[in-house]
Design a protein around this ligand. Structure first.
Ligand code: SAM
Length: 260
């Protein structure tokens, strides 16, 4: 849990001379050094955009946000549309496309699914490094003909959602979606590469109960919490019901019916 770049040794690296100005820009913005000898992670700038690479012999490949190709594109085209569990959980239905605040944006995958279905999304991410990857992915998405209209529905804010929600001004979001980190101990392929990379950077989000409390105070219609299928609910008020997926569960805290 941190609002600051984590205590890991991270540096910024240009993958070619042409990318040096961008590397300097990110280093300055994130308060990170440029190219050091004994780093644990490198935030690399290259022709594929911004990517985070763990360093060392057993490190997995780089992680970047890509809404145009790969998993996100596949899910957008063949992922089941409004029949997907996450869509049902936030209340997407015929004539209903709620305004959603994703208060734990991460790499923006869930938010992208909902934006693809037509939801207006606000996203908040507190880890500046993850926020930087997301910002870069959104910028590249905005240059793609098919993806641009989707990312235009995704507004990224940086900061701690608990504070942002407590001090919210203007119309509140209809639905608030939370997917805080949950402590996984197993080291199998099931724990995705992104998650293995995230954990040392982000921690386990132990302040999830405060996040839930702030979300319940702000959302006008419902709060949805994504959990691993067998995990306990976030401590605090209990959800009224849950939708079970293959590996995830969506706990639903309703406040008011969403109407077309
Ligand atoms: C499990 S990941 C979310 C993954 C995301 N649903 C996706 O589809 O990519 C959790 C993220 O929430 C962020 N987070 C947790 N608590 C937060 C808070 N209070 N404010 C902002 N971001 C928070 C963490 O930094 C982490 O990046």
């Amino acid at each position: 849990m941190s609002d600051q770049p984590a205590a890991c040794r991270i540096h910024v690296e240009a993958l070619g001379v042409a990318f040096e100005p961008q590397a300097e820009h990110w280093a300055e913005r994130l308060g990170l050094p440029l190219q050091v000898a004994d780093g644990e992670f490198a935030l690399q700038v290259g022709d594929m955009g911004l990517q985070l690479q763990q360093l060392g012999p057993d490190a997995p490949g780089p992680v970047r946000v890509d809404f145009v190709e790969g998993g996100a594109a596949h899910r957008r085209l063949y992922g089941g549309g409004s029949g997907q569990m996450i869509a049902k959980a936030v209340g997407v239905a015929q004539g209903v496309r709620p305004r959603v605040l994703d208060a734990t944006a991460g790499l923006g995958k869930d938010a992208f699914v909902l934006a693809s279905l037509g939801c207006e999304m606000s996203l908040i991410e507190r880890q500046p490094l993850i926020g930087a990857l997301l910002e870069d992915g959104l910028a590249r998405g905005a240059e793609d003909f098919d993806v641009a209209p989707i990312v235009a529905r995704m507004r990224l804010l940086n900061g701690n959602s608990i504070e942002v929600m407590r001090n919210w001004e203007g119309e509140p979001p209809q639905v608030i979606y939370l997917d805080p980190m949950f402590p996984h101990r197993e080291k199998t392929a099931l724990v995705k590469k992104e998650m293995r990379l995230f954990r040392p950077l982000v921690g386990d989000d132990p302040d999830a109960p405060a996040l839930l409390e702030a979300a319940l105070a702000l959302a006008s219609h419902r709060v949805v919490v994504k959990r691993p299928r067998k995990a306990p609910c976030i401590e605090g008020p209990k959800p009224s019901h849950a939708l079970d997926g293959k590996s995830s569960r969506y706990d639903i805290y309703p406040k008011k019916a969403l109407k077309p």
